[in-house]
Design a protein around this ligand. Sequence first.
Ligand SMILES: Cc1cc2nc3c(=O)[nH]c(=O)nc-3n(C[C@H](O)[C@H](O)[C@H](O)COP(=O)(O)OP(=O)(O)OC[C@H]3O[C@@H](n4cnc5c(N)ncnc54)[C@H](O)[C@@H]3O)c2cc1C
Length: 411
Amino acid sequence: MVSTDLESVDAFRARARAWLRDHLPPAPPPDAKDDYSEQAWLRARQTQRLLFDGGFAGICFPREYGGLGLTPAHQQAFTEESLPYEMPLLLNVPSLAICAAALLELGTEEQKRTHLPATLSGDTVLVQFLSEPRGGSDLAGLTTRADRDGERWILNGSKIWSSGAYAADYGLCLARTNWDVPKHRGLTMFLVPVHAPGVTVRRIKQVTGSTEFCQEFFDDVALGEDAVLGRVDDGWDAASKLLQHERAALGGTSPYTSGARPHLGGDATRLLNLARATGQWQDPRVREDVGEARAMNVVRDQLIAHVSRAIADGSLPPSAGAIARLFTAENAWLQTDMAVRIAGAAAATHGPGDAADTERIGTDYLFRAAWSLAGGSTEMARNVISERVLGMPREFAADRDVPFNEVRRGR
Ligand SMILES: Cc1cc2nc3c(=O)[nH]c(=O)nc-3n(C[C@H](O)[C@H](O)[C@H](O)COP(=O)(O)OP(=O)(O)OC[C@H]3O[C@@H](n4cnc5c(N)ncnc54)[C@H](O)[C@@H]3O)c2cc1C
């Protein structure tokens, strides 16, 4: 709930500007390599603690759970002021923007009081355990199971592609608790301690060299009733709420993060520098690409602002976050492709003597598929827009209304 006695956005902005200048070091250069080391996570937790103690964490989270109870406009002002400084960006997605936001919506009073202040202060890091090795798009078809054992639940199965799980404390884990009902009706969301006995976390090395992702194995992990997030067998509702926060985070419309948004579809200034560094600034084809990239970024920012406002005032449903999410993915592809076109062979072979600006282009290109998969694929985003924003008929599903234990599936 938003406080009725709000500081004006301008006054908040001025206070934030002075505090940031006095407390935070400058941001790393834009072309700095992504750092997923243990030290980077520790530093992010410490910076988050600094923000929390300074009274600038959880701007849109309610005061009773450690936040400031302010509005998205305050958050936007803080984000703008924070761009020149080192911010704990590793904690933004999924911990704050997705998991803490979902906890706020779904948690019991006790869960919220236990976990939200700890998350906003950086003491606790939350991640998502949703996707499974057999596929992530058909989320409701998952087979990780939680079985009742008296007062406890026993969790077995495996999750994959969990960003940052190796550095986390809890995973929001969707598991099947009822096999006798259709797939959407037998799921439950659990808050699983990452270090609980029976949880094994393995890191996955990507083609880019990054080890951000993990796979988890659950072997008879015992969970108490207090681990249930939302209602038993109503996990699809919990997941839908969580996924809305995920689309908002990926599309740039989430009101729960500070600092630069995640790599939202490239940076036209980088293309401009690349054109200069490779001596192609006068080339009409290159100028066209840079112009198009700039125009796309203007559209992206306007779209994010428009969709955020419309969701906030109720004129669009929360699932409209999928519109911005889809656009940012398309824009990311467009701009990584442009960078490769401008850099030419140096994108693949970057070595001594090549312009420094070409260094990350090859790995950005390899990673670009992630922008149309993270937070649900772009195809699934199109389904969400057609079905839930435009009200078009639902996609055919052979397993709809069939009890899950009767659905044919691969081993
Ligand atoms: C950067 C990044 C971070 C991630 N972080 C997490 C995380 O923290 N936790 C987590 O649980 N998961 C995470 N994921 C996994 C992500 O949610 C999945 O990759 C995504 O849901 C797609 O699942 P999949 O990879 O299994 O592809 P699949 O579901 O196997 O899909 C493969 C292809 O088929 C298409 N497809 C599937 N079904 C349909 C359909 N009905 N109609 C049209 N096309 C369809 C898809 O669009 C896709 O192109 C992350 C992924 C990335 C790239």
